[in-house]
Structures are given as C-alpha cells and as structure tokens.
Design a protein around this ligand. Structure first.
Ligand code: DAH
Length: 368
C-alpha cells in the first residue's frame, strides 16, 4: 500500500517519533524505485509539490492540527523532517538512472556472442594430423624455444656445419656463457621433436608433430618469420624407402584427392640419408601447368607443387638415442616434414600469406 500522511490525534513524543519513522521509511522505500524521467517527476511531485505534496500535507495534518501545548515540539520536528525529506528526495533524483528496469526486459533479444571459427592454418594442420591418426600415428609436441642440441646437433648438424646456414636461425640473446649445445634459439623446424620423443619412447614409434617454427625472413606474400610445419617419424624393424613412398602417397591422395600423383626427387638433409623432396601433381591445374589460356601460378607452370622434405633416418641420428633402444643396426625409420601455411594457401585459394596472421575477423570469418 502506498504511504499516505495520517491525521494525527496523539501528539505525544512517542506517537510523533512513530509517525516520523513511518514517513521516512516510506520515503526510503520509494527512493529505491525511481527509474525513468516520468517516474522521477511523479516522485518529486508526490513528496515536494507545493500543492498537496506530502510535505505540504504534514503542515496541514500535523502542524496545524497540533494542540497549542504541542505546537512548539511539533514545529521543531516538522522543520527537521522537511529538511531531511528534501535532502533524501534530491539525493534519490541525483542517482544515475537505474538500468535494472531495462535489463529486466526479457522480451529483448539476447546478446549474441560470435563463436568464431577454426583458423584455416589450424584446420589444415588438423586435417593432416587426422590422415596420419587413421594410419595409427600418435601426436607429439615440443617447445618452440629450443636448445641448439635438439634443433641441430642431435639431428646430425655438427657445430659449424654449413647445413646450419640454410636454416636462418633466430637465436635468443645473451647465451654466450652457456655451452654451445645448451644455447637457446627459436626452433627452425619441428624435427627436434623427433629426438625429444625418441628420448622418451622406445621403438616402434609412429608420430606426427604439428607446430610453429621461426626463421629469419622478411614477411611478404609468401614468406613469414613464423610459420607452421607437420613433422612425421616412423621407426620400426625393416622400414624402407618403399614404406615412406607408400605412406606419403596415400596421405597426399587423402588430402588433395585420389587423382594426385607424387614425385620424389633427390635432396639433402643432414638427418636423413637418402633424402628427397616430394612433389604432388598440381591439384589446381591438374598437372597441365595451364589454366585455360592462362598459366597456372601456384605450380609456376611446372604441373608440380613441392610439399615436403623426407628421407630415411640417418643412422647418426639414432646414435644420439641409442640408449633408449634405437640401435641403427637393428631398427630403421623414415621421416618427413611439411609446410602447412603454403598448403593452406593453396587449399583455400589465398594469395597472400600475411592475411593468415593479421587477425582480421572479416578474413577469418570466411572459413567458419
Ligand atoms: N626439417 C626440414 C625443414 O624444415 C624438413 C624435413 C626434411 C623434415 C626431411 C624431415 C625430413 O623429417 O626427414 O626443412
């Protein structure tokens, strides 16, 4: 029930105290409920309006009605009360508009949070991993900040070996006081995780290793100082180059379509012997090197696209993990490493690598 000013009959101090208390608690309660501008005006008028506001009624119903002997006491109380009511009303009106009323409108549409999309590079990486998971491979990972030993030495790049020059390494500063093999760098490939995994797990082994790698390269449409690789390693008794070719040929057909052909060309990596680069027939032009009257840019008219490096694990690599069951006299293995970013560019027809790393939602949303 809304408060209304009572006609006072009892003007004893106790009765006055009670009447004042009731009025103030009604005011407090109403102060907490003022919302929009219309409510504020009504609230102010109800309490302070000269004509028939609550303060005016108090004058009539309390002060004027008081018997002579109580006038002085009632007058003092009413004056004090008026000041208090005015202050409280002004304070309530000065409070910021409460949002609660609006927030409680359950008929308004909810706030929609966009759920985002898998980044095209992550998606490509996951698709590659899935192909190998289906072949019984497990997934291994390792640190991006890596020791020289794992990135180079245990992969058969001896200190000062010129093959290190091909890797454009970014080194962590202030490492000179450490022994060379402990010095830290940003890994230039995912191959160090081959060694890390063989240290932990005995053969036979079948792993794929996704991850970020870094090389000192200026960013442009096809280069980035940070990019992604998926590495693979299979170790068992009697693994041959035939196993390598069969596995990778299957994987490429699973990724790019059963029509693609693979081609292996001799190459060099310190950690594999023999080594190869593997190409797939261009899945953009079908291997013709042409697109209608135009040339096919992705394969540079060759009809072939380089996808990865691979080879038979060099026995020198196994020497570093021989203590964990990798005796090169008894076991053998193959390995491969592929660049994910260029593969994602080809698959999604993206012609500028930098678009992947700029975090522009308008670009990324297209892959949702
Ligand atoms: N790590 C090499 C690179 O980044 C790629 C590679 C080649 C990985 C041959 C391998 C491999 O595992 O056997 O250039």
């Amino acid at each position: 029930m809304a408060y209304s000013v009572p006609h006072l009959k009892d003007f004893s101090p106790a009765a006055l105290d009670r009447a004042v208390g009731e009025l103030l608690s009604a005011l407090d309660q109403e102060s907490g409920q003022v919302g929009d501008a219309a409510q504020r005006k009504a609230f102010r008028d109800r309490w302070l309006a000269r004509k028939d506001g609550i303060l005016t009624q108090i004058n009539e119903l309390w002060l004027k009605a008081a018997p002579r002997e109580a006038k002085r006491d009632v007058g003092q109380r009413v004056n004090k009360l008026k000041a208090e009511v005015e202050a409280k009303v002004e304070a309530a009106l000065a409070a910021p508009v409460r949002e609660a009323a609006a927030a409680l409108d359950i008929s308004l549409p909810g706030l929609r949070r966009s759920i985002g999309a898998e980044h095209p590079i992550v998606r490509t990486m996951n698709e590659i991993l899935a192909v190998f998971r289906n072949l019984g491979y497990s997934v291994a990972e390792g640190p991006v900040i890596e020791a020289d030993y794992y990135n180079f030495e245990a992969l058969n790049f001896p200190p000062e070996h010129p093959a290190r020059d091909t890797q454009d390494t970014l080194f962590i500063a202030n490492q000179a006081s450490k022994p060379p093999r402990e010095r830290l760098l940003l890994r230039t490939h995912t191959s160090p995780v081959q060694i890390r995994t063989m240290e932990k797990m005995r053969p036979p082994l079948r792993i794929v290793i996704p991850g970020k790698v870094h090389r000192r390269d200026a960013p442009d449409a096809s280069h980035s100082p940070m990019f992604h690789q998926v590495e693979g390693l299979a170790v068992d008794t009697n693994i041959t180059f035939g196993d390598l070719k069969g596995t990778l040929d299957h994987a490429m057909k699973a990724l790019f379509g059963s029509d693609v052909k693979t081609s292996f060309r001799p190459s060099f990596f310190p950690f594999t012997e023999p080594s190869a680069e593997m190409f797939v027939s261009c899945f953009i032009c079908g291997g013709s090197g042409k697109r209608g009257a135009d040339i096919c840019r992705p394969c540079k008219q060759t009809g072939w696209i380089e996808i990865l490096g691979c080879g038979i694990v060099d026995p020198n690599v196994f020497e570093f993990v021989k203590h964990n069951g990798y005796d090169p006299e008894k076991i053998s293995g193959f390995a491969f490493g592929m660049g994910v970013d260029r593969m994602a560019m080809l698959r999604y027809g993206v012609d500028d690598l930098q678009l992947f790393f700029q975090g522009d939602v308008r670009f990324l949303e297209q892959f949702g």
